[in-house]
Design a protein around this ligand. Structure first.
Ligand code: TXA
Ligand code: MG
Length: 343
């Protein structure tokens, strides 16, 4: 199969809508990451997502809608807290886990009684969903175990020959996947941090919980509240270590480890901030230390670059865990199997 990459315009949106309606897969730009979309109500189309991604069948998909009006038919109930979050943060980078309606195939929910629903902010995503005329199930558009794609080019690297069309909407603004919020109860629980932060949710509802596994691995045999927590995502081939602490000490520790490893024959790269001085050592930029949103939008491209360059060791500067910094540290932490050195 030849994979076309087309800029977003009326024609390509109409083509994408047609492919989705007929049970095919389309690469969909969103403000978070690129998604691999299929008609969410077509079990066969949904199964082909799992095949194209090589994704385990027990990891459920997020259902994307073009307007709030589509939500009531997809869920059994919208609890008041969920309604307040929808009003405050949709369209936007937030997925709400709600009790699923019968029309959602179990292939989408992976057998769970709940479904994740998202109304994206991206105009291209909403136009594509509207053109399809159906809700669109879409995981991130990477092959399983690879970083989520934040450009059409990244998605092509992973999906070339596997899907007919990727719509190119440019680089994703947020750069990490949506916040996944369990909104089935009174107190919302952050299962995966993202652009709609725990602080933002607390400001609206006065309460929020963050699942303990956002910053720690699951123990052997421990149940995951979100199936995605079980999988080692975003793992570059390089051994990845995060350094956390006061900036001067972090820089010194990274430089020392870098020099030792390089002398021992490793290929080393630093994921670091622009204003920090690492001398002539290889550095992939995470933007400015004071702007965690820059790190969010650069992180997945940086992880891909590590693999392309054939690095064997990656030394990363930690980001402050406030706001979207928690999402950055969650993704970086998982890439590093939570190997975090406190200096
Ligand atoms: O930003 C995003 O969310 C992107 C774009 C394309 O919208 N999509 C995305 O999907 O990241 P995916 O499939 O790569 O990640 C969905 C995560 C998984 O970790 C999954 O386990 C979790 O959401 N999830 C989905 N449905 C769930 C449910 N009913 N209960 C708990 N977790 C759920
Ligand atoms: Mg994913």
């Amino acid at each position: 199969m030849k994979t076309q990459v087309l800029p977003v315009n009326e024609e390509s949106l109409a083509l994408g809508g047609k492919i989705l309606r007929e049970g095919g897969l389309v690469g969909m730009p969103t403000e978070t990451v690129y998604g691999l979309g299929a008609n969410a109500l077509d079990a066969k189309a949904v199964l082909s997502i799992f095949a194209a991604k090589e994704r385990p069948a027990d990891n459920p998909l997020i259902v994307h809608v073009a307007s709030v009006d589509q939500v009531p038919q997809l869920v059994r109930e919208i609890p008041p807290a969920a309604r307040a979050l929808m009003d405050a943060f949709w369209p936007g980078p937030m997925t709400l886990v709600l009790p699923k309606a019968d029309c959602i195939p179990h292939e989408v929910s992976a057998g769970l009684d709940t479904v994740g629903i998202r109304l994206p902010a991206s105009g291209a995503a909403r136009a594509l969903i509207a053109a399809a005329g159906c809700p669109v199930a879409a995981p991130s558009g990477n092959r399983s175990g690879r970083p989520s794609p934040t450009t059409a080019q990244h998605m092509l690297e992973d999906m070339d020959g596997r899907i007919p069309l990727i719509l190119d909407g440019g680089a994703c603004e947020v750069g990490v996947e949506s916040s996944v919020i369990d909104a089935t109860g009174d107190v919302p629980v952050v299962l995966r941090p993202g652009g709609v932060t725990a602080e933002m949710i607390r400001d609206v509802l006065g309460r929020v919980q963050v699942d303990e596994h956002v910053m720690s691995p699951l123990e052997e045999g421990e149940a995951a509240r979100s199936p995605g927590m079980k999988y080692k995502h975003y793992a570059p081939k390089a051994k990845t270590v995060i350094y956390e602490g006061e900036a001067e000490r972090v820089i010194a520790a990274i430089c020392a480890r870098y020099d030792g490893a390089e002398a021992a024959g490793e290929r080393v790269a630093i994921l670091g901030f622009d204003e920090h001085d690492f001398g002539a050592r290889t550095r992939i930029s995470l933007g400015h230390a004071a702007c965690p949103q820059e790190a969010a939008s650069k992180l997945f491209a940086a992880l891909r670059e590590l693999d392309e360059r054939g690095e064997t060791l990656a030394l990363c500067e930690a980001v402050d865990m406030a706001g979207i910094g928690l999402a950055v540290m969650n993704r970086m932490g998982r890439a590093a199997a939570f190997d975090i050195v406190h200096v």
